[in-house]
Design a protein around this ligand. Structure first.
Ligand code: DAT
Ligand code: MG
Length: 151
């Protein structure tokens, strides 16, 4: 049982479609702790660094265009097993294959418009939070519900 940090981001389509509250709500209700939150217009260089592992893919230029096409909502969430759990809440990359009940399964129809990002490993969680947030933008706090979430 490892406390992990994960970087979650509402992509520009999620912001444009008015899904910010809905998406935040799913992580809140699950019981993770929010440690960072901001609306942000992502510069091209940051998008390229974030998705650097996909640089050789044919869809890379379109992906960068999409992510920089409007503001995103950047979030840092923390919790036991938070990385894998958040990926489950988000669902498969292709929203048509994502299970109902997941964010992508419920709210999206195409891979190129899949409304939300979540880190794929604890290492990438740390890397991405450091990439998208400055130190003073993150908050550590004690949630009053903590003893009601874990015994
Ligand atoms: P995920 O976002 O589920 O972690 P990923 O890291 O493999 O998926 O890819 C990052 C994003 O790139 C993904 O959310 C949407 C886009 N993408 C991935 N595969 C794609 C494909 N085959 N065609 C178009 N866009 C793709
Ligand atoms: Mg990924």
């Amino acid at each position: 049982e490892q406390v992990e940090e994960t970087y979650i981001m509402v992509k520009p389509d999620g912001v444009q479609r008015g899904l910010v509250g809905e998406i935040i709500s799913r992580f809140e209700k699950k019981g993770f702790r929010l440690t960072g939150l901001k609306l942000f217009q992502c510069p091209k260089e940051l998008a390229e660094e974030h998705y650097k592992d996909l640089k050789t893919k044919s869809f890379f230029p379109k992906l960068i265009n999409y992510i920089t096409s409007g503001p995103v909502v950047c979030m840092a969430w923390e919790g036991v097993g938070a990385v894998a759990s958040a990926r489950k809440l988000i669902g498969s990359t292709n929203p048509l294959q994502a299970e109902p009940g997941t964010i992508r399964g419920d709210l999206a129809v195409q891979t190129g418009r899949n409304v939300v990002h979540g880190s794929d490993s604890p290492e990438n969680g740390k890397r991405e939070i450091a990439l998208w947030f400055k130190e003073g933008e993150l908050c550590q706090w004690t949630a009053v519900q903590a003893p009601w979430l874990r015994e």
